[in-house]
Write a protein that binds this ligand. Structure first.
Ligand code: ADP
Ligand code: MG
Length: 695
């Protein structure tokens, strides 16, 4: 136990290390920057840089890097040695405050959505003191934000950090209205459950689709899939257990509080969940978790697949983003012990309900990607329709509030909020409605639409911003009221009445829900191209501008990047399919047909009366599929070339979804049918059975 204590965070320049290594006044100033967002002066930075460098070198580090999260969704780093010339023939180890605060890199190859022309291809990284520096692979990693020459944000972290500051301000306004004035800083807490597949590295390396696209683009159904439910929470075999143990240790060293690991529904699918942390740290830590999953898997002879849908016919992988807010280490989404706490809780709840209803489109955008399109609405993950599940108990309470009726027999007056007749909310009646995109789970909201490979920065930034907006509206109204209780009651009742259409407790996988949602006027944005145009609607641009999250120009750049990512993703997948069909599958298919033909000839030569019925029938069938395959291959190739010519990114994305994806499905159907006709020993890539049931 003590060992784990020592190990945990041993590679992190955390508060304990700062207190130990920094002069007292510097430590205090740095804390003020971290906690209250005060500007950092260069003397403090120099002193911190020096302490960081000494600490890092002591731990074996030789290099440092500004570690940032560009719009690619993965982290980026550019390593620099600590060495400087000592002006004679040796070196000294140096790391200045300036180097800590600001880095510069030629960043012309990062996606920027046209917000930075290539001749000004400088990107700046700036230290984000609110996330701890850490040592990874003998390199001191300094969490930074990334912006362009003119200061526009080019990364995922900047808007998240801005949204946190904004939400902080609005929550404090509400807390003050409830007479709670002691806090200066709230905590937005996030715990993200991460799903992934772990397959044998040998199998992975043999398939170009897995290597290049992260998912299988072909593959006939294995006779067995996940129908027996025998994988979920099943025992871990020794190899997987060894992998998970090492993963935990590596994560713990970096201060990532990895806590739960278990098998998921599909064969070879697993989940890792951490203890929740503040939003910014949780975002960095989820990136590190994804990185280490891959690295440690590789060491154990596995490949870790973070793709949202690596295999057809079994569940894909997602990420559940658990979100809450706390002040003074008290969870504000915890239904309280006192009427006042309950009233406050209901107000926050209403802010979330109203925000989700008014900004369904933004939430949908925050989880939109080509790979996540395979899951949402496919009866394995929440539908593409956004709704909130509150659980029966809380729904009952909201209905009683709205209708001014009794909640249950023990309360004989209609409910007023903020007076002593509000019932205590039972804590553990949260219903596990797995089909709901956003579920209240007792003291937090769980957003379940995220894809497994996504950064959690954007969804969290959007949740923070929409909640901040609603709290801001509430605070505006409450601050100018001269009857707080009355206004509060009115606000809560009005919000429930106007936004209850977003509340849904039933089965989200059914066709009835799709119909009902349409009647309720909820969005059903099925694909990424359906979704992305909403990002830059005037309503959303106004929201981001009001809260100083992103400018209209920054949003347009991001929209371009999102469209481009989608288009490239589908284009590469289509191209890989063409390539694999021509170079892997066709030669084998033709060879086998030839083998059959030769057998027929040989058999007939040996004995003229033989009918060779089996071989002939197989050959005919294969010929039929081959004809179809050839035709679909040519169509896909032609359509890929045509689609590439479409200049407008939005129009191109439509063509990708409406033309290329169906062409890919058709080609796959032919190849998969042929796979079933050819001996497995001849098939040029490992099959679904080989991969999913690899022992
Ligand atoms: P499950 O959803 O599988 O039942 P849990 O409810 O135990 O799992 O928790 C899921 C995740 O939610 C964990 O990462 C946990 O740390 C996180 N979590 C718990 N409380 C909070 C909170 N107040 N804020 C944010 N995340 C939380
Ligand atoms: Mg969960």
């Amino acid at each position: 136990m003590n060992k784990i204590n020592e190990l945990f965070g041993s590679m992190v320049f955390n508060e304990t290390v700062m207190r130990e290594k920094l002069p007292k006044d510097i430590y205090k100033k740095l804390q003020a920057t971290i906690r209250e967002g005060k500007a950092l002066d260069i003397n403090v930075a120099s002193s911190v840089a020096n302490a960081m460098k000494d600490w890092a070198i002591e731990k074996g580090a030789t290099h440092y890097t500004h570690w940032f999260q560009p719009m690619t969704g993965v982290t980026a780093e550019k390593h620099e040695g600590f060495i400087s010339s000592d002006q004679t023939d040796g070196v000294i180890l140096e790391f200045s405050g300036k180097e800590l605060i600001k880095g510069e890199s030629d960043a012309s190859s990062f996606p920027n959505g046209g917000s930075r022309s290539t001749f000004e291809a400088r990107g700046y990284t700036a230290w984000d003191p609110s996330s701890y520096a850490f040592i990874k692979d003998d390199t001191l990693c300094i969490p930074t934000i990334f912006c362009s020459f003119d200061g526009s944000s080019l990364d995922k972290k900047t808007p998240l950090i801005r949204s946190l500051a904004d939400l902080n301000e609005q929550v404090l306004r509400i807390l003050r209205l409830f007479g709670e004035t002691q806090d200066k800083q709230i905590q937005v807490t996030v715990g993200s459950e991460q799903e992934y597949f772990l397959i044998d590295k040998e199998d992975f390396l043999k398939r170009d689709d897995l290597r290049l696209c992260g998912r299988t683009l072909f593959g006939a159904k294995s006779p067995k899939g996940q129908e027996m439910d025998d994988h979920y929470f099943g025992q871990l075999d020794a190899r997987v257990k060894a992998f998970m143990n090492e993963l935990d240790i590596e994560l713990w060293k970096l201060g990532v509080p990895a806590k739960t690991e278990h098998k998921e529904v599909a064969p070879r699918q697993f989940e890792i969940a951490p203890i929740f942390e503040t939003s910014n740290m949780a975002t960095d830590h989820n990136q590190l978790t994804m990185e280490l999953l891959k690295k440690v898997a590789d060491k154990h002879g596995f490949a870790c697949l973070l793709h949202e849908k690596p295999f057809k016919y079994v569940n894909g992988s997602g990420k559940h983003n658990n979100w809450s807010i706390a002040a003074n280490n008290k969870n504000l989404l915890e239904p309280g012990e006192t009427p006042q706490n309950n009233a406050r809780f209901l107000l926050f709840l209403c802010a979330i309900i109203k925000g989700v209803d008014e900004y369904q489109d933004l939430l949908r955008v925050s989880v939109a990607s080509a790979s996540n399109d395979h899951r949402l609405g496919a009866n394995e993950a929440p539908p593409a329709i956004i709704s909130i599940h509150l659980g029966e108990e809380l729904m009952g309470i909201l209905e009683a509030i709205e209708n001014k009726t009794n909640y249950d027999k023990t309360f004989d007056k209609y409910m007023e909020i903020g007076v002593d007749i509000l019932p205590k909310f039972p804590k553990d009646t949260t219903d596990r409605n797995r089909t709901s995109p956003i579920a209240f789970t007792g003291n937090k909201f769980e957003f379940r639409m995220l894809g497994s490979s996504m950064s959690i920065a954007c969804p969290n930034q959007i949740i923070n911003t929409i909640v901040a907006e609603e709290l801001c509206q509430f605070a505006d109204e409450l601050e100018k009221s001269d009857d707080f209780k009355k206004t509060l009651n009115h606000l809560i009742r009005k919000t429930i009445k106007n936004h209850k259409r977003i509340l849904f407790s039933g089965n989200g996988y059914t066709d009835e829900w799709v119909k009902e949602a349409e009647e309720r006027g909820l969005y059903n944005l099925k694909t990424t191209p359906d979704t992305l145009p909403y990002y830059t609607s005037q309503k959303n641009i106004d929201l981001f501008a009001k809260h100083k999250i992103l400018t209209s120009q920054e949003m347009h750049s991001r929209s371009e990047i999102l469209f481009e990512n989608y288009n490239k993703n589908i284009y590469v997948e289509g191209s890989v399919m063409v390539d694999m069909t021509k170079k892997k599958f066709l030669p084998v298919i033709l060879d086998y047909q030839n083998q059959l033909a030769q057998t027929i000839i040989a058999k007939k030569k040996a004995c003229e009366s033989l009918k060779c019925h089996t071989e002939t029938e197989m050959l005919k069938k294969m010929e039929m599929h081959c004809d179809s395959l050839m035709q679909n291959l040519e169509i896909l190739e032609k359509e890929l070339a045509e689609t590439e010519k479409i200049a407008s990114l939005e129009k191109r994305s439509r063509a990708m979804a409406d033309i290329i994806v169906p062409c890919m499905d058709q080609l796959r159907a032919d190849v998969d049918a042929l796979e079933l006709m050819i001996p497995s020993s001849l098939w040029p890539v490992p099959s679904y059975t080989d991969i999913l049931f690899h022992e």
